[in-house]
Structures are given as C-alpha cells and as structure tokens.
Design a binder for this molecule. Structure first.
Ligand code: MRU
Length: 332
C-alpha cells in the first residue's frame, strides 16, 4: 500500500506523497527541515487531521536529530502552529512536545522518545477504530462517507474509511457513496483512489446529490471523520459535513463520526473562539488550473463546518463507541 509519509532515517528527510497530484500521479516531495514540513501542510501537499499531526511529529524529530536548540525548536513549533488552524491533532501533539521542552535532563533523547511513541501509537489506532466501527454497519450496506479519511489521511487504514474497510472485509458493504467534496475534491480525487486500491465498490456523486439519495432511501448509514471535536460533542469536519448530517437527521439515516481520541479538544467546551480555516478563492474558482468562472469573483471558502452534537448518532474511537464524547476521554 502506498504510504503518504516516508521518513528516511539515514538522510533524516521526510518524503511526502504530493496529494495535490492524486489520483493521476504518485510523486513524493522531500522535506528537509521542520519549516518545510509546515509549508507542505499549509500548501496541502499532505492533509487530513491525523496525518498533519504525524508530519508535525517528524518535523520535530528531524530538527532534534539535526541538533536544533530550544530556540529553533520553538520557532518550528510556531511555524507548525500557524500552518492550518482547525484540526486539533497537531496542536495536541505540540503541547506534549512543549511540556518536554520544560523538562530537565537529556531533552533531545526525550523528544525522540516522545515522537516515536506518538508515531507507534498512531499506527495501532486505526485497526481498533475499524473493528469497533464495523459493528454499526448493517449487512449489505450502502455507506456514505465524506472528504478523505483513509490511508492518505492517517498512517493506518483510516478513521471513517477504516470502519468501512473492516466492514467490507466482513462482507457487510455493498457500496460506498463518495461525495466529490468541493472545492478541493478530496472525495473525487483521494477517496476514489483509495476505494480502487482497496477494491471496495463505490460510486462518486456531486455533493448536492447526497440529501436526495438519503430521501430515496439509498443510504443505510453515513460515517465521516473529524478535524476537531469539542467537549459538548460538536464536530468540525470538512465543509459539507453539516449538510450531510442535517439530511441524515431528516431522513432517519444514522450519522457516525469516526476519530482517534487525539482529535478531541479537551480544553474547549464549544467552538467559540476557535478559528475555522478560510482558504483562498483560487481553490473555488479554479479546478486543476482551469477557471470555472471569472477569476476575480468574490468567494467564501470555509474549509470546515461545525456539526452540532444533536445530529450525531455516535462517536467511533479506538476506545469504543460513545454517545457522549466526554465518555471517550474517561474510558482509558
Ligand atoms: O482539508 P483536509 O483535507 O485536511 O480535511 C480533512 C478532513 O476534513 C477529514 O475528514 C478529517 O481530517 C478526518 S481524517 C481522518
């Protein structure tokens, strides 16, 4: 299986699969220091909340191995913090690293240990999410997902796609409905690519088709990922998730969110004061370099929306499935 990140121990370089070129080209770009990783995150060379955090972890590891002093490490941490504002996994990881910087003793060694432990734990998580989540998929199911949440967005089989893949292995999935996910087209470009690689039957739809399919009774369950879940259970995920959740509620379709607990923002009860990323107009106006309207048209381009907890049937985590997200934090 192609990997979105390859860390080369010998050269201390992080090779990043350039997701902007998928599904047509599989090209890696090299990041040689922490700042280059931050640039790659901002420019969407890689994306997906859990993968962004792992890339940040490698950024810190590379810097520690280059002998960066505390001042430089703090600059790299700041660059990473300013890469993309909404997904919380990277922020949670950087907080842990900042705590290490306050320790006494061999800081370089402690950073290495912390990073490697984080990456090891990340590798194990997704099979557990998949196993728990596969239980909520009914037999012969048509499952709708959103954006991209699989092996391109994590260093495992993925969150929502981890659930779908495990259920598929158990013979429960008839078809996956993949909304294209305008404007960046993670569904059309990346999830379709993953479905092909995994051999899962799938069908691509334009985003505005999703509610009608639910009204027609053609969707059994919706499973999506998350970029940040706050303690009241509200979920920030790719823009368009909210419309799926509203439609699912209206038409009685169960709506689940799959996430590692590192996607929980345990410091925030609500989304008040949390920045929802707004990206440039060019991503709305151009598709693969081709304008679809006048290039100077004003746009809105929120990268994420917020789905209220009341629309969510349950949270599928590596610790089990919960109705209330704060129970996931207590369940250790
Ligand atoms: O803008 P992106 O592509 O980084 O957004 C990704 C998503 O919204 C995913 O649904 C989310 O990160 C969950 S990934 C396992």
């Amino acid at each position: 299986m192609i990997r979105p990140l390859i860390y080369d121990e010998e050269s201390n370089i992080l090779r990043i699969l350039d997701q902007r070129l998928l599904p047509f080209e599989e090209v890696y770009v090299d990041a040689r220091d922490g700042f280059q990783v931050a640039d790659a995150i901002r420019e969407m060379v890689l994306r997906g909340a859990p993968l962004i955090a792992v890339a940040g972890a490698y950024a810190i590891l590379m810097e520690a191995r280059k002998g960066a002093d505390i001042g430089r490490l703090r600059e790299v941490i700041s660059a990473l913090r300013h890469s993309r504002p909404t997904a919380v996994n990277l922020f949670n990881f950087l907080k842990t690293i900042e705590n290490v910087l306050h320790e006494t003793g061999n800081i370089k060694q402690r950073i290495e240990e912390t990073v490697l432990q984080f990456i090891r734990a990340e590798k194990d998580l997704y099979d557990r999410i998949g196993e728990y989540g596969s239980g909520i998929i009914p037999p012969d199911a048509t499952v709708m997902t959103f954006c991209n949440t699989g092996f391109l967005a994590t260093i495992g089989i993925g969150t929502a796609i981890g659930v779908i893949y495990r259920a598929f292995q158990k013979g429960k999935v008839k078809e996956v409905i993949v909304p294209e996910t305008r404007p960046y087209l993670q569904g059309a470009r990346l999830t379709v690519y993953e479905m092909r690689k995994l051999g899962i039957p799938h069908r691509l739809i334009t985003d505005n088709t999703a509610p009608f399919l639910m009204e027609l009774g053609k969707v059994d369950v919706v499973v999506v990922g998350a970029d940040r879940v706050v303690l009241n259970g509200d979920v920030a995920n790719k823009i368009g998730t909210l419309s799926l959740a509203l439609a699912a509620k209206e038409f009685g379709v169960p709506f689940y969110v799959a996430l590692p607990t590192s996607t929980i923002d345990s410091r925030s009860r609500t989304f008040e004061g949390i920045r929802i990323e707004e990206r440039g107009s060019e991503e709305v106006i151009f598709i693969r370099g081709n304008p679809i309207t006048y290039p100077d048209t004003p746009t809105y381009h929120y990268a994420f929306d917020i789905t209220p907890a009341k629309l969510i049937s349950g949270y599928i985590t590596e610790r089990g499935i919960f109705r209330d997200i704060s129970d996931a934090l207590k369940a250790l």
